[in-house]
Design a protein around this ligand. Structure first.
Ligand code: AMP
Length: 397
């Protein structure tokens, strides 16, 4: 069975074609500059990447280019698009109704459209990807896989904010959680690596990238997560502040005279590693500056590790224990020093990592110190594979 996975962003569109008979990637690529120009970079497994500049006025032209390159005589991997058995779409927000991956019908699409106000950045491009695929592959089943659905069963006391309850009822203001597909993938993988059923385990998964979130997975179910109503809440990120006192917002508006938009811009695009260090949102640049003695770069990295530690500790408290700790995504997989900082002085919880084993990037590995009670792992995330798996299981029924 061949599954195409589509991840449509506002100006880009990523794709991967899987052969699920053996779980391999046949080809993958990226369309960039949708709306402003256009370039497709395509990689057939085993071949060198191939790029083509081609105008993408809308997502439709990008999708047409994807299907054309997948069926191309030289760069393609299939002879006809009818060989694609199903398409899996990454959808950031499933709101309160889409609590599981689902076959996309008109009713579900209408619901996704109805929650665009609470998903203004990611909703519209995902809908364009879905509509485009439905037009170009009208008989191929389309499946939606939601970043929020892993949190469909977190308890009400973990998702309701202590605000007037009417705000939840009227405006659906609550914790939704994001990155769920990544957390679900690595939680499943760690259970597999430990050779134990996930239903027996207490796991904390740390997805640390340009956007970061941490999730408590108790006996296979997510019971709490750091991101909230939007991906703004939780740990400090590349350019996002994460959790702060909300009164900072009203102070900046009412006393300093900033507009709401300006404050949102600060919280989303000018804070985090970039805001504190004044150097970059990329941990590699910040680490370089910190190693050269830059105080603000050193401070940014300390705030980051401090915040991650706090959430890990609180999730251990919520679950009354922990069996496994997982690091994934850009920073989690690659930042050796960050993992070291986070796991330092955690022996009280049974967490201890081995410096030698930790000295690795982007590799699946158990980095626990000998005798540590908690197993700590690096697991490269694979959201696309998870989407392909969900898609396959829905269309195979
Ligand atoms: P992601 O959003 O998961 O793609 O992660 C991107 C982030 O991972 C970058 O902004 C970097 O901060 C971080 N990253 C990637 N490679 C490294 C590395 N070798 N060392 C430290 N951080 C890294």
């Amino acid at each position: 069975m061949k599954i195409l996975v589509i991840n449509a962003g506002s100006s880009s569109l990523k794709y991967q074609l899987f052969d699920m008979d053996n779980g391999t990637v046949l080809a993958k690529g990226l369309c960039e500059c949708i709306g402003t120009g256009g370039r497709i970079t395509h990689k057939k497994t085993g071949d060198e990447p191939y790029s083509l500049d081609i105008p993408f006025p809308t997502h439709d032209e990008a999708l047409e280019a994807v299907l054309a390159v997948l069926t191309d005589e030289v760069h393609g991997v299939i002879t006809d698009i009818s060989e694609i058995d199903a398409v899996g779409h990454r959808i950031a927000h499933g709101g309160e109704k889409c609590k599981k991956s689902t076959l996309l019908d008109e009713e579900t699409i209408a619901y996704i459209e109805s929650i665009v106000p609470i998903n203004p950045l990611h909703g519209p491009p995902a809908l364009k990807g879905i509509r485009g695929c439905m037009r170009l592959m009208s008989t191929t089943p389309q499946v939606g896989v939601f970043d929020t659905s892993f949190y469909g069963e977190i308890p009400d006391y973990a998702y309701i904010y202590p605000l007037p309850y009417e705000l939840y009822e009227q405006y659906q203001i609550r914790r939704y959680g994001f990155h769920g597909t990544s957390h679900r993938y690595v939680a499943g993988k760690v259970a597999e690596l430990m050779g134990r059923p996930i239903e027996e385990l207490k796991i904390v998964t740390c997805h640390l990238g340009n956007g970061s979130s941490i999730t408590a997975v108790d006996h296979g179910k997510a019971i709490d997560t750091t991101m909230g109503f939007t991906p703004q809440e939780g740990v400090m990120m590349g350019t996002r502040s994460g959790t702060i006192d909300p009164t900072v917002v009203t102070y900046l508006i009412n006393s300093v005279g900033m507009s709401g938009e300006e404050v949102e811009g600060i919280l989303n695009r000018k804070s985090g590693l970039l805001g504190v260090s004044g150097i970059s949102n990329d941990a590699r640049d910040v680490t370089k500056a910190a190693n050269e003695g830059n105080y603000r770069a050193q401070l940014a990295l300390k705030i980051l590790a401090h915040g991650i530690k706090k959430f890990i500790g609180s999730y251990i408290a919520e679950m009354n224990g922990i069996d496994a700790l997982v690091f994934t995504a850009g920073l989690g997989e690659n930042d050796i020093a960050l993992r070291e900082r986070v796991c330092a002085d955690m022996d009280f919880f049974g967490i201890a990592i081995d410096a030698e084993k930790n000295n690795v990037r982007s590799e699946t590995r158990n980095i626990s110190a000998d005798g540590a009670r908690v197993q700590t792992f690096i697991i490269p995330t694979d959201e696309e594979y998870m989407i392909a798996m969900d898609t396959m299981s829905l269309v195979s029924r």
